[in-house]
Design a protein around this ligand. Structure first.
Ligand SMILES: *Cc1c(COP(=O)(O)O)cnc(C)c1O
Length: 363
């Protein structure tokens, strides 16, 4: 499929839009900047940080660093305020209110449907197959793409909240079905904790593929709000038309450059390795507790597990000062809680509290 066929699926008024042109976009660096109505003086106590100036919309140093990290050309990368912003931009660029739809496979990350509903787009649901360990139902998704022609198809892998990864064959089948119809958005928020290569390595092969990555999880920067969309350069250019002119706060960009410097990357890789081991140890320990019905296999930094009385256990943990996510309202996840992998101490306290709670409930 050519990228033109896919671009033709974007909203016509967005394709025709003349983007807002900010002062910083129109000028390069200069000795004296009197073009953006900024304050020439820095705020008290914050001298030397340049916070009185509007930031670079897409700072080249960070774009370069992230492009290297994800193995893509810089023109294929858009940095946003978390991958949440990319989800919102894609929805607004492709979906006409009341007309278009997006396809999701629940139980999955809530933001896909929230952004769709805010935009007035329909949400098509093709549930994961609970009998097959919440595997993607690639045949049903492909059929829905052909019949209902959604604009966006979300594949979350590893999936939140179930923790499992989609098979390569399933995503390839969905990509084939989406040719000329939909952009397939593969959300890899937890990819660092999983086995196997990123779908970013296959972008050149599939113009209808987009990949979401984030610094919020494995990179420990949830508070900086930085995430990426990796896609065809034409898609990136389209979204930049509707993006806020200065989306990336300079302290966040500075923090990311530090976290992603060579030392930071070494430390992050070691922490990811440790988190994966702690996840597996936690899964094993939970699985052996009487009253835990099952622990879903996870390739992420969290575990979904099922117990006899999830609401009561949630309350029990809350009273012990430990909050986990009650995911029982997700389709197919009745009786389930989701716990993030914490520090070894936090995990041990969590396990003790679960064991004690389940003992008390059984008595
Ligand atoms: C946490 C998470 C994200 C990250 O969102 P940010 O806006 O980048 O913080 C994206 N997708 C999924 C599935 C997540 O669980």
């Amino acid at each position: 499929m050519s990228i033109e066929a896919l671009l033709a699926r974007a909203r016509p008024e967005i394709r025709a839009l003349a983007p807002y042109s900010s002062a910083r976009m129109e000028s390069g660096p200069a000795a004296i900047h009197l073009d953006a109505n900024e304050n020439p003086l820095e705020a008290p106590g914050l001298a030397g940080r340049g916070l009185n100036r509007y930031p670079d919309p897409q700072p080249a140093a960070l774009v370069q660093r992230l492009a290297e990290l994800y193995g893509v050309a810089a023109e294929r990368l858009l940095i946003g305020r978390g991958s949440d912003e990319a989800i919102d931009l894609l929805t607004r660029a492709f979906c006409t209110a009341g007309v278009d739809s997006v396809l999701i496979s629940p139980p999955t990350f809530g933001m896909y449907a929230v952004c769709a509903r805010v935009q007035g787009a329909h949400v098509l649901e093709v549930p994961l197959d609970a009998r097959l360990g919440f595997a993607l139902d690639a045949d049903a998704v492909s059929e829905a793409i052909r019949v209902q022609r959604p604009k966006l198809v979300y594949v979350c892998t590893p999936n939140n909240p179930t923790g499992g990864a989609a098979s390569v064959a399933a995503v390839e089948a969905i990509l084939a079905a989406a040719t000329g119809i939909a952009l397939v958005v593969v959300d890899e928020a937890y990819a660092e904790y999983a086995e196997g290569p990123s779908w970013a390595t296959r972008l050149a092969e599939f113009p209808q593929l987009a990949v979401l990555r984030t610094l919020s999880k494995a990179w420990g920067l949830a508070g900086a709000r930085l995430g990426c969309l990796l896609a065809a350069p034409e898609i990136i250019a389209l979204l930049r038309r509707i993006m806020a002119p200065y989306p990336l706060p300079s302290p966040s960009v500075e923090a990311a450059l530090r976290a992603l410097d060579p030392d930071g990357q070494l430390i992050a890789r070691e922490r990811i390795r440790a988190a994966r081991m702690q996840r597996d140890a936690l899964a094993h320990a939970l699985d052996r507790l009487p009253g835990v019905r099952r622990v879903w296999p996870s390739e992420a930094n969290f575990l979904a597990f099922e117990v006899d009385d999830a609401d009561r256990l949630w309350q029990w943990l809350r009273a012990a000062g430990i909050v986990v996510r009650n995911i029982g309202r997700y389709p197919g996840m009745a009786g389930c809680l989701r716990v993030s992998v914490g520090t070894p101490r936090e995990n041990a306290r969590f396990l003790d509290a679960v064991a004690e709670g389940l003992r008390v409930f059984a008595a």
